[in-house]
Design a protein around this ligand. Structure first.
Ligand SMILES: *Cc1c(COP(=O)(O)O)cnc(C)c1O
Length: 398
């Protein structure tokens, strides 16, 4: 127990950062640009559904914004992850490595492929995959056979790894990539939370074979609901588009589909909203980084709390701000959540770890002490970009 932790004092420090006097949600979208204009144009055009100019434009905008040679817009981030796993060849019976500390979509997507999630630990500093611990673990439990590495205990092939950039903080990719290479694991980045986050100057989502983005309503940029697949490989990109648009063979007069595809395309109406939101990404990142700096500075003098800062190699989008209760005591964490709720401040704990959920309880896993400690001690703080508005950027009402 940390004697010095004072939940009320901590909550007051948070309150001071948030200028708004009324109650504040954890994260809200902000429509301050061309959203109305583009959505109205889209409705007026009549093309609101599965085809239209805004989908193409949105894909080009994502490509330009991230530097990814290809971007395929889809219906949500979960569908993007699902298809990403298929694209790198995850097959029924395979195991896929992923952090236990993640949103449910990451683990569900593995199951949709008939594969088994294999849970790995996270680091306290980045909240992402602990590459060193993973390397040691894989040396111990794997055996090499022909086309890859197999789990000695279950006999399953280890097909892929899904690093997730938690709350927008990039994982230690220089640590992770050599481990993935050695054990022939395809990297599928779950970049759902990290649009606008860079690892050593390169956008997250460009480090593996494929990556998934999300444009859900609570993300830094929203299409209402939506997602995207990123890749640098033209053949994978072609296949991603094909699989997510019912696998129809392009032909004017016939409806022929050459495999069981998915109806995962993003409607044009959602893409219109997305085009307007993407224009403001850098502005939102600037607001969020400034808000994060205020939290960091206000909380640095509060005993027993540690603000989660971006790793030294990163520029994080600070999608969700987070603090850790240093005592690691769930009672302290709950006291902080209570004190914040009492002041109308929308805070929340970390996700319940995947390996504790009933459908994933029997999945293989390494020791997960750090993830468990993060689960007990983490609290997310209000992080909407509008909480710290900067002078208007160029994308406002153009
Ligand atoms: C938001 C999110 C997703 C995708 O969610 P959708 O709501 O399906 O767009 C996937 N993984 C993580 C870590 C997320 O935060």
């Amino acid at each position: 127990m940390n004697r010095h932790f004072d939940a009320a004092r901590s909550a007051e420090a948070v309150r001071e950062v948030i200028s708004s006097k009324s109650s504040v949600a954890l994260h809200e979208p902000w429509f301050r640009g061309n959203e109305q204009k583009y959505v109205q144009e889209c409705v007026a055009s009549g093309w609101v559904s599965s085809v239209g100019a805004y989908v193409d434009r949105f894909e080009q905008d994502i490509s330009r914004t991230t530097g990814s040679p290809y971007a395929i817009a889809v219906v949500n981030g979960t569908a993007a992850l699902h298809v990403c796993l298929l694209l790198v060849g995850v097959r029924p019976g395979d195991e896929v490595l992923l952090p236990s500390l993640t949103f449910i979509a990451t683990a569900n997507a593995v199951r949709y492929c008939g594969a088994t999630p294999h849970f790995i630990d996270s680091e306290m500093s980045t909240l992402g995959v602990d590459a060193r611990k993973l390397g040691d673990y894989l040396r111990e439990i794997t055996v090499r056979r022909g086309d890859g590495y197999y789990n000695r205990l279950t006999g399953a092939r280890l097909a892929a790894i899904v690093p997730m950039h938690t709350f927008g903080h990039p994982v230690d990719l220089d640590g992770l990539i050599p481990v993935s290479d050695k054990f022939r694991l395809a990297i599928v980045e779950d970049a759902a939370e990290s649009l606008g986050s860079y690892y050593r100057g390169k956008h997250t989502g460009l480090f593996g074979k494929v990556a998934a983005l999300s444009f859900n309503g609570n993300k830094i940029v929203t299409t209402g609901g939506g997602g995207a697949i990123l890749t640098a490989d033209s053949e994978i990109a072609r296949r991603a588009k094909h699989l997510t648009t019912t696998a129809r063979i392009a032909d004017r007069w016939t409806f022929v589909h050459d495999e069981v595809g998915f109806n995962f395309r993003l409607p044009n109406l959602n893409a219109a909203l997305g085009c307007a939101q993407l224009e403001q990404l850098e502005y939102f990142v600037a607001c969020k980084r400034s808000l994060a700096e205020k939290y960091r500075s206000a909380l640095s003098n509060v005993p027993g709390l540690r603000f989660v800062s971006e790793p030294p190699y990163a520029r994080s989008n600070y999608w969700l701000n987070a603090v850790l209760v240093e005592s690691g005591s769930i009672d302290d964490r709950n006291a902080l959540l209570e004190a914040l709720a009492h002041r109308g401040i929308g805070a929340r704990p970390a996700w319940a770890l995947m390996h504790g959920l009933p459908m994933f309880r029997d999945c293989p896993r390494m020791s997960l002490e750090t993830a468990e400690s993060i689960e007990r001690s983490l609290v997310n703080l209000p992080s909407s970009a509008w909480l710290d508005p900067k002078p208007a950027g160029p994308a406002q009402n153009t």
